[in-house]
Design a protein around this ligand. Structure first.
Ligand SMILES: [Fe+2]
Ligand SMILES: [Fe+2]
Length: 266
């Protein structure tokens, strides 16, 4: 069984120090096999924000898979267009799409953040067919028993509460191709809401904002995900004013038609 702590949208620069300390302690206590931080680590990719985010992640039990979000590149600054990821690479390394392979899982990051787009909402993300194909190739080269995990900042699935946001560009191709490559679980953020459900036979779990004060009607939180390629349990942990605790849980089972919600949490 694999145990994953999934955090997101830390937004250092708008972080709440009490929650930062509590989250680090909670993750250490949970001792997961993998931590995934699914983007928007900072508010605006300022050097002090990137430094603080990197210092926080360095406290967590390894391995930690981290991918950027749309807030992790400069805002109204020429570098956004010329060299948007320079600050990120200084603190998190050259690879914007890291891969972590464990004994019973593979986790593949994909960078969905774009410096601009042909639409008024520049925060929207996109996946290029070549990125999707590269992920599919990694998944297909993975041993059959290993849980196949994708981390992408922008959503492959939205709930009614997030219906005003857009799905990530390229989601139709991504879901079809990655399902064919055996993807089990996609992790994301961006909408600052915690939820988990199935789309196209793939379990999609989003984490709320784990420690920032950029909230949209939902308490800070993270996900604790456990299971294997036959069954998964996603727990949404939320801040209760003094500590993080389990707020809800949902179970999933994999059958001939791919993943489905279980009648009760597994
Ligand atoms: Fe965010
Ligand atoms: Fe975002």
């Amino acid at each position: 069984m694999t145990c994953i702590v999934h955090i997101s949208d830390l937004h250092f620069g708008r972080e709440q120090p009490l929650l930062v300390a509590a989250l680090a302690a909670q993750i250490a206590h949970l001792a997961p096999d993998l931590v995934v931080a699914s983007g928007d680590l900072t508010q605006r990719a300022r050097p002090r924000e990137l430094r603080a985010a990197a210092a926080f992640l360095s406290q967590l039990p390894p391995p930690v898979l981290v991918i950027p979000g749309n807030h992790d590149m400069p805002g109204a600054h020429p570098r956004r267009l010329l060299d948007p990821w320079r600050g990120w690479r200084t603190h998190f390394g050259p690879d914007l799409e890291p891969v972590v392979a464990g004994a019973d899982f593979i986790a593949v990051g994909i960078n969905s953040a774009r410096r601009w787009g042909w639409h008024p909402d520049w925060s929207r993300g996109r996946l290029h067919p070549l990125q999707i194909e590269a992920v599919a190739a990694r998944l297909q080269a993975t041993p059959a028993h290993a849980l196949r995990i994708l981390a992408a900042h922008h959503p492959l699935l939205l709930t009614p509460a997030g219906a005003g946001r857009g799905l990530v560009g390229g989601h139709v191709l991504a879901l079809a191709r990655l399902r064919a490559a055996g993807l089990d679980l996609a992790l994301g953020g961006h909408v600052h809401l915690g939820y988990a459900d199935v789309t196209a036979g793939i379990v999609v779990a989003h984490s709320g904002s784990s420690v920032s004060n950029r909230l949209i009607g939902e308490a800070n939180g993270f996900n604790l995900i456990s299971g294997d390629r036959t069954a998964l349990r996603v727990e949404h942990w939320q801040w209760q004013g003094h500590a993080f605790a389990v707020a809800s849980a949902v179970g999933f089972q994999r059958g001939d038609q791919g993943w489905q919600r279980a009648i009760a949490p597994v």
